[in-house]
Design a protein around this ligand. Sequence first.
Ligand code: AMP
Ligand code: GLY
Length: 423
Amino acid sequence: MKVLLVGGGGREHALAWKIAQSSMCQKLYCAPGNPGTAQVGENLPVRAEDVDAVVAAARDRGVELVVVGPEDPLAAGLADAVRAAGMLCFGPSTEGARLEADKAFAKELMRSASIPTAEARIFTDLEAARQYVLSRDQGVVVKAAGLAKGKGVFVCTEPHLAVRPLEQIMSERIFGDAGSTVVIEEMLTGQEASILALCDGRNIYPLEASQDHKPIGDGDTGPNTGGMGAYSPTPIVDDSVMTRVEREVLVPIVDAMRRSFGRYEGCLYAGLMLTHAGPKVLEFNCRFGDPEAQPLMMRLKSDLLEAMVATCRHRLDEVRLEWDPRPAVCVVMASGGYPGSYEKGFEITGIEEAEALGDVKVFHAGTAAADGKLLTNGGRVLGVTALGDTIAAARERAYRAVEKIHWQGAYYRKDIAAKAVEA
Ligand code: AMP
Ligand code: GLY
């Protein structure tokens, strides 16, 4: 079949790389893709957010399945438009995408389904929000309710530290309308894990667990980013945690969605804090994680396209996924300055040398090709991903690969998966 993959980041390169390996894949288009996806498919000059243009591009080329990588086009109704045009779509409806695009809605749905999550209050008025945080005596977490590219969350170890983020979000509108509503939560402590699952609206198929590293700095310091590295599997998610997450989180949320607006179809991502009182939901995303998809795709042995088609045809009960038992570690290399402002256009060298180490795949994110050269073109630039017999070996190999790659101002965390190695 002909497939159109929407998006152009590291997650999309990982998904494209895996979809292109399927014997079912006759042709893969990417809209807009990046130089990495161009190695395995054909990039189209179509913006991911341009719903009409994506649907037209797919229809004109006889595409049967559209796979949506990022959240913005899903929130804008791409999956509904693709289905209305008679094609299969891997990705939830606008309503389903609200689980990520509207944190206040997600919180209320979780409450109604008794899903364990941080206690929270929702505010649309800055003064009321300010008074609330100042009345608290413990750490709080301030979240812009709308989409903010993973940067809209401020963890404040003391209540007064929440005042400035509230002003920035609600008054200065640093995230635009995404900040017209804020969710203020109790601060949870524990280890974090990402559990992603394929969902066909009724059946749920959890993927192997992974762990992201959201803050920019080593030791989880500094502002949050889209994710600076990930690894899978993670020793903190054993069978009993997985069973609990399925029973207490995934099943009830999919049921709650079906009751309120219909089937949730696609990938459902639960970001969890494993607290002393059990797993609690930090957030839901309506898509694969980035960078979690990179180690997951490196470990997936089964045919991803077949599983996606089964999901769209509501036949997830027929799917069985096989995984490489070896762990994979992905280290994100970013532009110096990210998640703040940064320069683009620096030449990248060393990717071939990095991949020549073996069991290494360098996924492109913010890159651009020009005059036979590869240039930096975004905040997160590459996801350097390696397999190893142990997490320590995968980590060591990923960092050896990172050291082969150069551009001016390249930045990466030095401690991806370090906690898992110490554990
Ligand atoms: P989110 O985008 O909602 O997952 O938040 C981004 C990051 O902020 C998470 O990965 C956590 O590290 C942190 N975070 C979010 N909510 C909480 C919470 N209630 N308690 C502690 N940390 C949190
Ligand atoms: N890595 C976090 C996310 O994809 O939202």
